[in-house]
Structure formats: structure tokens, C-alpha cells
Design a protein around this ligand. Sequence first.
Ligand SMILES: Cc1cc2nc3c(=O)[nH]c(=O)nc-3n(C[C@H](O)[C@H](O)[C@H](O)COP(=O)(O)O)c2cc1C
Length: 366
Amino acid sequence: MDRRQTIKLIGGGVVLAASALGGFATTRTPHDALAPWQKAGDYEDIRLFALSYAVLVPNPHNRQPWLAELIGDDELNIYRDLSKNLPATDPFERQLTIGMGGFLEAINIAARHRGYETETTLFPHKTEAHIATIKLSPRADMRPETDLLNAFHARRSCKEPFSENPLSVAHIKALSEFGEVFTDTDNVAHLKKLSWDAFKVEYATHHTLKESVDLMRFGKQQINATPDGIDIGGPMMEALILTGIITPEAMLDPNSSAYRQGLDIYDAMLNNTPAYILLKTSGNNRAHQIEAGRNWLRLNLMTTQLGVSLHPVSQALQEYEEMKPLYQEIHQSYAAGGETIQMFGRLGYGPRVPQSPRWAVEEKLI
Ligand SMILES: Cc1cc2nc3c(=O)[nH]c(=O)nc-3n(C[C@H](O)[C@H](O)[C@H](O)COP(=O)(O)O)c2cc1C
């Protein structure tokens, strides 16, 4: 951690910079909360094997809204736990559904690795909660995607400033398969401004900021006890929590230094971005959202393989009243054909960041 960052943090700078600490020091590592990363692939039953990878996928606010039910010998029911909804920032549960799309895609990738084909029926009962029924059958001619499966452990959402290095031509080409990549000066400046303006709206809107603050887990003990949400850990953070500089109340108070430093840190993060990617769908029903989630996971596994950092910046895509002008601006500028922009990502070359907490598969079985 550099000196400037240390001073910022001692001065009450925030929480939201948890990852700026460069990871957890040994004694403060929440090992229990990170154990599911080690256990992925450690299961004989093909369904548990696949689920052990699926619990590692990116998902909004790390809510991990999935539940799974084993049926007979070869079937799975996948549910979305509606108690994990994010009514302020995701009022139509679009982003949570995208997260479930990644979950289903992870099951496919992992099952294929072991020679199983998946037959997925989406929303079999036309209810919000029951996302899919999946039947797994062995097939002799399945082609495994070993590189993708091997990328699960190192995949991250990189919430850090990126270097000034432009995205290489080869990387732009590889990633353009998943969405529209922007590297030219005008579009990068416009998308940067949109991401930053939208962040400021979310931050200045009490009920959307409170939704995040309510999901913060402060320190190793809380992170291990509830390994989801926004983890605020590491020795420096724990010192600031113990001294009362970092509290949920300070995070919500625009006059506190914790609040102001949060803005500074996001300013540095969002504004150090050499490229962006937008993932769009022609419509915006649940199947489109699931498709976007599948695609986002594959993109993130590909960035992992290439050594490119990816960070979703969803604020401008959120569907609440205060965000409307920016939602309209991004769609008018980048989805003129009436498509829906499902994911907005920063791309570049950033530092290695720690894994984020997860609930174990066993905790997600019903
Ligand atoms: C639909 C969706 C929207 C997301 N939006 C944001 C976002 O706006 N800002 C952010 O920092 N992370 C965002 N994320 C990333 C999650 O915060 C992240 O996946 C989660 O905390 C787990 O971390 P990991 O991906 O590093 O495992 C989003 C993820 C998904 C799937």
C-alpha cells in the first residue's frame, strides 16, 4: 500500500477502498469465507461438482441468490432466493437474473468438463423463483472447455484503478466476440463520464447507498459468519473499524470524511480506465437477461485467461427514478437500435485482487 493511500485511510478514507489494501494479511484472512474457492471441483456427484464452480460466479452485490435442489440421480432444480433481492438498485431484478445466467453457464462448463451434457428448461413453472430445471446426461463426444474451467479460480471483478496501458489489439479482438469494445478517445471519455456521473447519483441517493451499506460485512469475524455482500476486511480496515472511524453511520453521512474519501477513491478507480465493453440484448425479458449473464461469465473467464482486468460498472444501467436521465443517455448513445444494455464493464490492466467471500455449496442446497 502506498503512503498516500495509508494517509487517506487513516484520515477516515473508506471502506469502499478495502481492496486498495492489496488483500488480507495472513492473520486477518477470512479463511472460512474463502474455503469454497478451494473446494471447487472436489465432489464426486456430477451435480455437486458443477455447483461447486457455479457458486463462484460474479453476481450483483455478491448476494449469491442461488439455491439448488438435487432431484433423483441426474436432475437439478435451480432457484433464485427472492429474499436476496435488491429493491433499491435492481427494482426489476434484472441484474440478479443476470447473475443467475452466469450460474447456469458455470454448471454447463463444469458438467461438460466431466463429459456431461446439460438439458436446461428455463422458468419451467413461469415463476420468478424457479429459474431452471437441468438434466445431466453422460455423452461420449462432449468437448471439454478445460481452459475456461481452469480460469474459475483466478477470475475476479477488479475494483481498482487500471494502468494507462491501452488494451492490446489482440485483446480487443478476442473480447469483441462477447460485446462491443470501446478504446477510442471520444467514446472512452463519454463512457468514463457516464460511469462516474452514475456512481455519484447512486452515492448521493440515500436509499441506494443504504442498500450497499446494509450489506457491508465489517472485519474477519463478520465476513466469515456471513460470507456475502460487500466485505470490508484486512488489518488496516479492522483497525479503522475498531477505532470507530468506519461505521455504517459514517458511510451514510455526507459530512463524514469516510463518505468524502469514498468518492475520491471511486474517482481514481473509475477515471483510470483505458477501455470499456457493453453487452447488449435485442430485448429485455428474463431469457435475454439469463443469456447476458452466460455471456458475461464467459467474457470474465476469457479476460482471466488473457490477463485483462474486468470490472462491471452497472450504475448507469439501473432502473430507479434518480438514474433515469443517465439510463436514457447511455441507451440513446449506445443502443440506438432499441436494444437493452445489460452489462457495462471497465477493461484494462489492473492489479491482482483477492477472492471475494462465498457460501459453500452445502449451504445452498434445499
Ligand atoms: C449483473 C452484475 C452487476 C454488477 N455490478 C457491479 C457494479 O456496479 N459495481 C461493482 O463494483 N461490481 C459489480 N458487479 C460485480 C460484483 O460485485 C461481484 O461479482 C461480486 O462482488 C463478487 O466478486 P467477484 O466477481 O470478484 O467474485 C456486478 C456483477 C454482476 C453479475
